[in-house]
Design a protein around this ligand. Sequence first.
Ligand SMILES: [Zn+2]
Length: 552
Amino acid sequence: MSLVLALWLSTVGNAPLWFTMLDLPESNHPGGWLGIAGLGLMVLVATVAFLSLVIWPRWRKLAGLVLLAVAAGNSYFMASYGVVIDPSMLANAVQTDAREVRDLLSWSMLPVFLLGVVLPGWWWWQQPVQQVPARALVLKQIGLAVLATLLMLVMVWLSFENLASTMRNHKSLRYMVNPFNTVYATTRLVVGQTAHASQAVQPMGEDATLLGRVIDVNRSPLIVLVVGETARAANMGLSGYARDSTPRLKQLQNRGELVYFSNVSSCGTNTQVSVPCMFSGLGREGYGKTDAQFENLLDVVQRAGLAVLWLDNQSGCKGVCDRVPHTETRELKDPELCPDGECFDEEMLRVLPDRLRQLDTVRRARGTVVVMHQMGSHGPAYYKRTPTDFKVFMPECRSNVLQDCSGQEIVNAYDNSLRYTDHFLGQTVAWLKAQKRPTALVYVSDHGESLGEKGLYLHGMPYAMAPREQTNVPMAAWFSQSMLTHLGWDRTCWLGRATQPITHDNLFSSMLTLTQVKTNLYSPQLDVFSACPSGLRQAQGAVTPWPIRVEL
Ligand SMILES: [Zn+2]
């Protein structure tokens, strides 16, 4: 019984792996099929070992169905979007919500489900469970597992050179082997979360203090940080993209009010990694290494005495806003901005004034930091992210099965969503300008997106093998005149850094400069405004004296 299931899983259940292997240049010479057959045999033997260990009479039927469903589901997404199943992809999947799932479901899954789960599952369910004495059963299954493992080791040893070089040249293959990709990812996730749950959140920046003195509620600085979603730098008009997808930001740039950072790399390739990482202050390397939970930028800024607010129009803040005031706007009732039960990003702007008033007055007198987490260009249903009036690039793909659309239709739908993000940011700046206080806007996207390049769609590739489209993100900052006066900056001090390569790692210290929060976590090297005067660096012991201007 297990042998039949193993045979199915390692062949049909791994179809995307075998088709990918067939396409490799290594398979394209006489005898290339031998490599594939060899790997096929290894996957079969490994599956036998695995099934012997996990499938026992009591839950045999259910476990078989689960494995069939895992293999079919993984195969569908790997074949459709070119994604692979690794721990961060699984974490993203686990944290998803009903709406995101609805965006991914389509009728093209039905045949996969019928062929991959219902048909073999029905056969599996019909097979009687044999009654074998417990001792004999254990001996038999463990014996088989040991035998299969030994056989597997011999095969790996015999073909090690070839296997290792193929796996090295095509790293994504290792995340394509069903069901081991899922077993590995689940184990990593469970271990990580157990470590999380058993630990308290570690404090960060306990020395944080605010430079300058309290002003008053209506004249204190207000800084808005917009965390973008799935915006890739390549399609931004500001990056020199052939299409004008960012007319309003461009206008601000031409007036010298906005700086666009043209070479920014994200921390991860999905929301689940990038959002907590960019706020963490640990940097990509540090964040990737630790399983511990730390406070983040918002906790530090709040500790220094500022008011903090997180507005979320997406699937939540991934733990970043846990200890600061936060509001979800995605499902608010607003006939204009939330027509189909899901709100466009401007809804955040609509609720902002009211939510700001509800924040603590003493804190607001010192200054306020607002984060707006966008729905942005969340795929694959890009067309849902743009109100009708902003659809300028037509025709657009109106299906969530991207393969049903032409490449141009997909790009059109995606560019429209960027155009709407441009409008949203333009509206935010317009609102900030109307406030009679120092204001600034920082915008940075969480990760990029593949739109069919190299056969890849969406995002979430393991970082080391992710294409540039998924990691190169747009970032921009806008300052009001009174904010420049407040900080003692002129419009040129940031120009030198704008074209240099930077990453999400730079956000933390740059935000500390903007908010004027002093802590030993600050790093001048990571501050993109390091060429601008700053009371922070002086307070940290830098040489140039600089007057801290707070009064307006
Ligand atoms: Zn994202």
